[in-house]
Design a protein around this ligand. Structure first.
Ligand code: NAD
Length: 259
């Protein structure tokens, strides 16, 4: 089987800057020959995304769209526009999450209703909304990948409401895999180890989470953007054609450690 993604087009959602995991995924897909479409949350991110894409060889062929995943109309319009511009899409990487900073420290018991709903709206429901919008464009089948974290499976200090939103996202991956499997579309998650990104900065005492990985994970080193990018490439390529509804941990093996 050919590992090349030449002739295929992928939507990458969630590049904010060069540290974004989405950027790691974009680079892996690009290196495999894919054509890329970027979506960003708001106009203020556009320049940074365009500048990054311009660093890729042939990056000028990339396309860019603004898409705020809290806005159903914006989502529908974005994918309608992508359909008009390119027709068929072969896969999508959903690399989007948000929770208010106040909810990412202290006691989970103090989570507010608004904070709970915001985290779930942006970090979990958005996968379902986006999957519904992209399905008509994936007429040749393909893959959807999202990013999750161990904090959805176990209690991680300070991860709080985002952990509960990730648990909801993880369950959504399975239900979406069942909904979309009949259309030849696979849906999987990568559970990434901690990586220093804009979003990660919001999690209280993130440094100690990172240090823990370096000291106790089987591989004794932090997870990189590139490692997550290459696993996304696998999940969006035909090499994973029998895999759906799955979660792959890319975390130096940290998730297997008992204590
Ligand atoms: P990041 O801050 O670079 O990316 C988060 C992205 O979400 C940003 O591009 C932001 O603009 C986007 N976003 C937020 N609200 C949005 C909205 N309403 N509409 C559209 N986009 C919106 O951080 P990241 O760490 O690369 O995060 C990407 C994904 O990886 C998230 O789901 C995150 O939970 C997950 N993840 C991160 C880590 C880590 O340690 N960094 C570990 C595991 C999983």
């Amino acid at each position: 089987m050919n590992m090349s993604l030449q002739g295929r087009t992928y939507v990458v959602m969630g590049v904010a800057n060069k540290r974004s995991i989405a950027w790691g995924i974009a680079q892996s897909l690009h290196n495999a020959g894919a054509r890329l479409i970027f979506t960003y949350a708001a106009e203020r991110f556009e320049k940074s995304v365009r500048d990054l894409a311009a660093t890729l060889e042939g990056g000028e062929e990339s396309l860019f769209y603004q898409c705020d995943v809290t806005d159903d109309e914006n989502i529908m319009e974005t994918f309608q526009q992508i359909q008009n511009d390119v027709g068929v899409i072969h896969g999508l990487a959903h690399c989007i999450a948000f929770a208010n900073k106040e909810e990412l420290k202290g006691d989970f018991l103090n989570t507010s209703r608004d904070g709970f709903l915001t985290a779930h709206n942006i970090s979990s429901y958005s996968l379902t909304a986006v999957s519904r919008a992209v399905q008509p464009l994936m007429s040749e089948g393909g893959g959807i990948v999202t990013l999750t974290y161990l904090g959805g499976e176990r209690v991680v200090p300070n991860y709080n409401v985002m952990g509960v939103a990730k648990a909801s996202l993880d369950a959504s991956v399975k239900y979406l895999a069942e909904s979309l499997g009949k259309h030849g579309i696979r849906v999987n998650a990568i559970s990434a180890g901690p990586i220093r990104t804009l979003s990660a900065k919001g999690v209280g005492d993130f440094n100690s989470i990172l240090k823990d990985i370096e000291e106790r994970a089987p591989l004794r080193r932090p997870t990189t953007q590139e490692e997550v990018g290459d696993t996304a490439y696998f999940l969006l390529s035909d090499f994973s054609r029998g895999v759906t509804g799955e979660m792959i941990h890319v975390d130096s093996g940290f998730h297997i450690i008992g204590r």
